[in-house]
Write a protein that binds this ligand. Structure first.
Ligand SMILES: Cc1ncc(C[n+]2csc(CCOP(=O)(O)OP(=O)(O)O)c2C)c(N)n1
Ligand SMILES: [Mg+2]
Length: 691
């Protein structure tokens, strides 16, 4: 597809503040980009009304006076940005061609999201423009992480994180302002205050007379207000100085920019909530005609008319090209293949377990190292931190304290704070920050203190990270370590099994090791995967006992189930701590009933690789599925369905599903034992099933 040549005025996507004094055409360049953004946004609205663009469109009309100067001033060779639904002009300046952005709106085959996302939900991750999801506020932490990544790579980048007056109330915004200040990251937080969140005026969003920029003081950062509707040259100077200060001090800053929402919230908005005359007041403050009048006064009306004609011709030619682009084929195989970034070759690991926890535990010559699962994970983290410079480890209390379960014990001492550090209680922004790091070439390993607290980060995990590759083509290699499981009288909020909760969402991988060796292998395999991987670590297994842990060149086998024992009477599938209970049940039935079960430890919960288990079931004709989590919508439901739907009629008996009760995890040991599968209950259920 040949894109029309852009007008010469738009040849430069950059602006320096000093140009305003020296170059009479500098402000004309700003006008050119603002005018293109405005006319393209208006044209997109027309195309939507004609039914040629689907979904809806949220225009940036009234935001150009902020977003265009800022995008022109940014250093596109290193800075990081994520535009909101008001940032079309910024997208145009940042990268690509107008046609790329129109392709996105037309949702055609050439769209940057392969038509998988609509209107402005695109970015350009390879140029550090991070794509947005609908959940407002979620992207500010991504920008913060990618900016930190740039700095870690030695590039003096600045991040630009935008949010509206409405979005300023989200938890992610508060969490990230705190995080950026704490980590001293050079991010310019910009509030696009257009005084409305959809239909809700600011007076109904926060206490009367609140000036949002004053929140900066609470986070220990500088802040100020800027009216981006008054004079574009002033906006350029103010933003230029702010960017420079953030770049040199590496401190975040908060700007409350007053902008306009000239066309309501979105194409469908009737705007009948506005006061009489309010809309006219917005248009009277519009900086674009004011800038044009100013330029007419200095450069003459003919020059401005010529610019407008040229910009319009370019816009129309671009619309024509993008409109004619082929539609997406809707190929299912291609969509399914893009849920995950493909596997890359194994990393060049040194073929050893690595440093043992301390000298006292070092093995006698030739003997394999004996580790419990916590030590095995610690050893894997050490190995990763030693051999992989792009790795970092973060989470609550993981530094000096070594983590709630001491899995990160000693890492801070050996690898130092930039790579091993505590995070505040802000799971959502910390995970979003990890996403940003991952998008820019780092590989963060985040420990959640308990798996239960992942619900705080559900948007970042299940919607943002999980869908990243599908909608943007960018790899998002994250390891989220989740101490999970019950039996320890920790109650409802420290004991859950959340694999079904998360793994029903496409784009997440999940490993659930049950032995120290598998824990070691799983961490390496998860680490080198190019996708977000949830590593379920059962708390009761951390110190269940030591076992040999060796360097295993086939560590990636952890992505497939492991056959723990052979048998012909039934196929028995489980994972996690239940593997041990299942093994004991197998012993019991072999001895007492002379029935042998073929036992599999699933190990990888997503993607599921069930070939070996299916082959076993074809032989035995009987299936037992056991897991610790709740029964309804539990992981066993998926396993039974998958394993039996093809050969249901050849089964010799109905599948047996053993799981926890459909209750919140109760606290007292007697209640928790009643809730979850125990040895006794497993044996009773199987015995009854055998008849
Ligand atoms: C977290 C979240 N809640 C609700 C919505 C639905 N929604 C979309 S835009 C919007 C208003 C946003 O207001 P603001 O942040 O001021 O941005 P503006 O649209 O005014 O630029 C709402 C409520 C959303 N996208 N994200
Ligand atoms: Mg708003």
């Amino acid at each position: 597809m040949a894109f029309p040549t852009a007008p010469a005025l738009l040849a430069s996507h950059d602006l320096r503040v000093t140009e305003l004094e020296k170059n009479p055409d500098a402000l004309l360049r700003v006008y050119g980009w603002m005018q293109l953004a405005r006319s393209a946004d208006n044209r997109i609205l027309d195309l939507f009304r004609q039914g040629l663009i689907k979904g809806t469109v949220c225009g940036g009309q009234g935001n150009e006076g902020l977003i265009v100067p800022l995008a022109l001033l940014a250093d596109k060779s290193m800075d990081v940005i994520s535009f909101t639904h008001r940032g079309f002009g910024g997208h145009l300046v940042w990268s690509g061609h107008l046609c790329d952005h129109l392709n996105q709106y037309f949702a055609n085959a050439a769209s940057p999201t392969k038509a998988r996302e609509g209107n402005i939900h695109h970015g350009d991750p390879s140029h550090r423009s991070l794509p947005m999801i609908s959940h407002l506020g979620a992207m500010v932490s991504n920008v913060t992480g990618a900016t930190d990544s740039q700095r870690r790579f030695g590039r003096p980048a600045v991040g630009f994180a935008f949010f509206g007056d409405g979005s300023s109330s989200t938890g992610d915004v508060h969490e990230t302002l705190n995080l950026a200040s704490l980590l001293s990251l050079p991010v310019l937080f910009v509030i696009e205050n257009n005084r409305y969140a959809y239909s809700t005026p600011v007076s109904e969003q926060f206490a009367a007379k609140t000036e949002l920029w004053r929140r900066a003081a609470g986070y220990g950062i500088e802040g100020f207000a800027l009216d981006a509707t008054v004079d574009v040259a002033t906006t350029v100077r103010t933003l230029g100085a702010a960017i420079e200060k953030v770049r040199t001090t590496s401190r975040p800053m908060l700007i409350e920019a007053h902008t306009l929402r000239l066309r309501g919230h979105a194409a469908y908005d009737t705007c009948d909530y506005l006061q009489p005359g309010e809309s006219e007041g917005f248009f009277a403050r519009d900086p674009l005609p004011k800038l044009r009048a100013q330029l007419v006064a200095t450069l003459g009306a003919a020059r401005l008319d010529a610019v407008d004609v040229e910009l319009n011709a370019f816009l129309e030619a671009s619309v024509k090209v993008s409109f004619a682009a082929p539609r997406s084929s809707g190929d299912v195989a291609e969509m399914e293949a893009d849920v995950f970034e493909p596997a890359s070759p194994p990393l060049p690991w040194v073929p050893s377990v690595g440093a043992s926890l301390d000298d006292a535990r070092a093995p006698a010559s030739g003997a394999p190292t004996m580790f419990n699962a916590a030590q095995a994970l610690n050893a894997a983290l050490r190995k990763i931190l030693t051999e992989r410079p792009e790795s970092l480890v973060l989470g609550q209390d993981i530094a000096t304290y070594g983590g709630a379960f001491k899995v990160t014990d000693g890492l801070l001492k050996d690898f130092g704070r930039p790579r091993v550090f505590n995070t505040p209680l802000a799971e959502s922004s910390c995970t979003g920050y990890c996403i940003g790091l991952a998008l820019n070439g780092h590989r963060p390993i985040e420990e959640f203190q308990f798996a239960d607290f992942t619900t705080e980060a559900a948007t970042q995990i299940a919607l943002n990270a999980a869908t990243m590759h599908f909608r943007s083509g960018a790899a998002c290699p994250l390891v989220l370590r989740l101490p999970c499981g019950g039996g320890l009288t920790f109650g409802s909020f420290h004991s859950q099994e959340l694999e079904s909760f998360f793994l029903s969402m496409p784009g997440l991988k999940g490993l659930y090791p049950s032995t120290p060796q598998d824990a070691f292998n799983a961490l390496l395999a998860a680490y080198e995967d190019n996708n977000p991987v949830l590593l379920f670590e059962h708390k009761a297994l951390y110190r269940r006992g030591r076992a040999p842990v060796v360097w295993d060149p086939n560590y990636r086998d952890v992505w497939t189930p492991k056959k723990l024992r052979a048998g012909d009477h039934a196929t028995f599938v489980t994972y996690g701590e239940m593997t041990y209970l299942a093994g004991e049940a197998c012993d019991y039935f072999a001895t007492e009933y002379e029935k042998n079960f073929e036992l599999f430890d699933l190990r990888a919960l997503a993607p599921l690789k069930l070939d070996a288990i299916e082959a076993s079931l074809a032989r035995t004709g009987r299936l037992i599925v056991l897991h610790e989590g709740r029964r309804t919508h539990g992981f066993g439901a998926e396993l039974v369905a998958r394993l039996t739907e093809q050969h249901f009629s050849s089964l010799k008996s109905p599948p047996l599903r053993i799981a926890a009760l459909d209750l919140p995890v109760p606290f007292a040991p007697e209640l928790e034992n009643a809730f979850r599968p125990t040895q006794e209950k497993i044996i009773d259920r199987i015995a009854a099933w055998l008849g």
